[in-house]
Write a protein that binds this ligand. Structure first.
Ligand code: IMP
Ligand code: MG
Length: 174
């Protein structure tokens, strides 16, 4: 049966919040260059919108890890599918994610990035599902804390669909 997507956060709400986070990051990194690390594919829409709103110098890099199949549950297995192009030595790294769910992916990823000698590593996520946390992860910037629902849009997919929705929606399977 086909699933239905109901709006959880409108495009306007998401845009407004990204502007606020961009302002905060610009203040916090004043006088520095911030190196945004995008976790593909989900983080890409958020990262582009966020980067446009940051007023300090920005550099970008991308990586891809896999912890999900076509299912809606975390497997706990994290695999690097595409690594970063640039070294992180001496950089102010800000990891940009679509969503923190169990925290397994991020916990693994942040430890790995910290081992590469950056000046510091912080985490920015558009969405957070705090009720689902299994592994403790410190989130420095959060767009929205949301309930334990499977969401799509703004980069987030269900079976590779819906990433292009300009809003955040909840998938209903009934
Ligand atoms: P974690 O390791 O459980 O925190 O999983 C994080 C990753 O799972 C995210 O980067 C997403 O790719 C995916 N994910 C978790 N929850 C959702 C959701 O509600 N919709 C779509 N993808 C999700
Ligand atoms: Mg992700």
């Amino acid at each position: 049966m086909a699933e239905r997507v109901d709006v959880l956060l409108t495009e306007e709400e998401v845009d407004k919040r990204i502007q606020e986070i961009g302002d905060q990051i610009s203040k916090d990194y004043a006088g520095k260059q911030v190196h945004l690390v995008c976790v593909l594919k989900g983080g890409s829409f958020f990262m582009c919108e966020l980067a446009k709103r940051i007023t300090v110098p920005v550099s970008l890099d991308f990586m891809s890890v896999s912890s999900y199949g076509g299912d809606t549950k975390s497997s706990g297995v994290v695999r690097i599918v595409k690594d970063l192009d640039e070294p992180l030595q001496g950089k102010h790294v800000l990891v940009v994610e679509d969503i923190v769910d169990s925290g397994r992916t991020l916990s693994y990823l942040l430890d790995m990035l910290r081992d590469r000698g950056p000046e510091d590593v912080k985490l920015c996520t558009l969405l957070d599902k705090p009720d689902r946390r299994v592994v403790d992860v410190k989130v420095d910037y959060t767009g929205f804390a949301i309930p334990d629902k499977f969401v799509v849009g703004y980069g987030l997919d269900y079976d590779q669909k819906y990433r292009n929705l300009p809003y955040i929606g909840v998938v209903n399977f009934d």
